[in-house]
Design a protein around this ligand. Structure first.
Ligand SMILES: Nc1nc2c(ncn2[C@@H]2O[C@H](COP(=O)(O)OP(=O)(O)O)[C@@H](O)[C@H]2O)c(=O)[nH]1
Ligand SMILES: [Mg+2]
Length: 307
């Protein structure tokens, strides 16, 4: 079981490992630490999209450790590197425990178009349903009819009720209705999918604020969690998007989607430091079961493992 669990991470992190981090092996294959060691390591982190700031900080800490500990062989660096990376990832609170802290527990999914919100909402619905929870989905992305259909299809496949409005309708009203219905029907979890078009960032953010506010009117304390879905293939771009969303609503955590198709998984290392948010889940594929609670140790193992 544990083996299966890790192999999913290993496979999901194939691209990030093979394109970038596997090159660490050639650094650790040489004997002594030289200026090239540092240059190459820095390049690897930048290519993996860890970001300039985070990369600099990792490099500085490793150089400092090398001085204070008196490292001179590259092999001395492997543990220091692991520790350095691990310190940049937060262990998320167990989401299964978290969703039991309110009934219904209302989750708001936010993020730009195409980041994976709707798919992730469905994946979450499946996990919670499989755990015996009564789950409801809400299609508050009323901007496109296709978005409503997409969530309704997932609802059918997973046998989970979906509350939906009409195309062009008021998304806040959908969120309100869903939350109210969930209370009335004794649901355990409500997952509200929202719109993410960026063309009109101002309107999007205003709409999101309204959805947030109105959900709290339907049920004081809701939404209990706001999770931003960030597409790992967009690397550092996703970071600036996240900052914009954080200005609009109180975001509680990140879901890093599409790690399986990304070579930029290094961005995970700047999320805690630069956004102050934990990564709660990782998307490792398109199927409903391809969502894992973020596990920092498996993540690091998965990107650093040598074949
Ligand atoms: N490979 C992969 N594809 C994903 C993942 N999450 C979402 N997708 C795909 O990304 C595309 C956009 O997802 P969608 O949920 O519609 O994004 P939304 O616009 O934010 O709601 C779809 O084709 C999804 O199947 C993931 O973890 N891995
Ligand atoms: Mg969507």
């Amino acid at each position: 079981m544990a083996g299966n669990f890790f192999s999913k991470w290993l496979k999901g992190l194939d691209k990030t490992r093979k394109v970038t981090f596997s090159r660490l092996a050639s650094i650790f294959g040489t004997n002594e630490i030289t200026p090239d060691t540092w240059d190459e390591m820095e390049e690897i982190f930048l290519q993996a999209d860890a970001g300039v700031e985070t990369t600099e900080s990792i490099m500085n800490n490793l150089k400092k450790a090398t001085e204070t500990e008196g490292y001179y062989k590259t092999s001395d660096l492997t543990n220091a590197l692991r520790n350095e990376l691990r310190s940049r990832l937060q262990t998320p609170e167990d989401p299964m425990k978290l969703i039991s802290t309110a009934k219904p527990f209302v989750i708001l999914m936010v993020g730009v178009n195409g980041s994976g919100k709707t798919t992730t909402a469905a994946k979450l619905a499946k996990q919670y349903k499989d755990a015996g929870k009564k789950v409801m989905l809400a299609a508050a992305d009323t901007f496109r009819a296709a978005a409503i259909d997409q969530l309704q299809e997932w609802g059918n496949r997973l046998d989970v009720p979906v509350i939906a409005g009409v195309e062009g309708g008021d998304s806040a009203a959908v969120a309100y209705d869903a939350t109210t219905a969930a209370v009335a029907r004794g649901m355990d979890v409500v997952i509200i999918d929202t719109a993410g078009r960026l063309q009109s960032r101002y309107n999007l953010m205003e709409e999101l604020k309204k959805v947030y506010r109105v959900t709290g009117k339907a049920l004081p304390g809701a939404p209990h969690a706001v999770w931003i879905v960030l597409d790992a293939t967009t690397g550092q771009n996703a970071m600036s998007q996240a900052k914009a969303f954080k200005e609009a609503v109180k975001v509680d955590g990140v879901i890093l989607s599409k790690l399986d198709t990304s070579a930029k998984g290094g961005m995970a290392f700047c999320i805690a430091g630069e956004l102050g948010l934990p990564i709660i889940y990782a998307g490792l594929g398109e199927k409903p079961e391809d969502l894992m609670v973020f596990d920092p140790d498996n993540f690091i193992e998965g990107i650093l493992k040598t074949e």
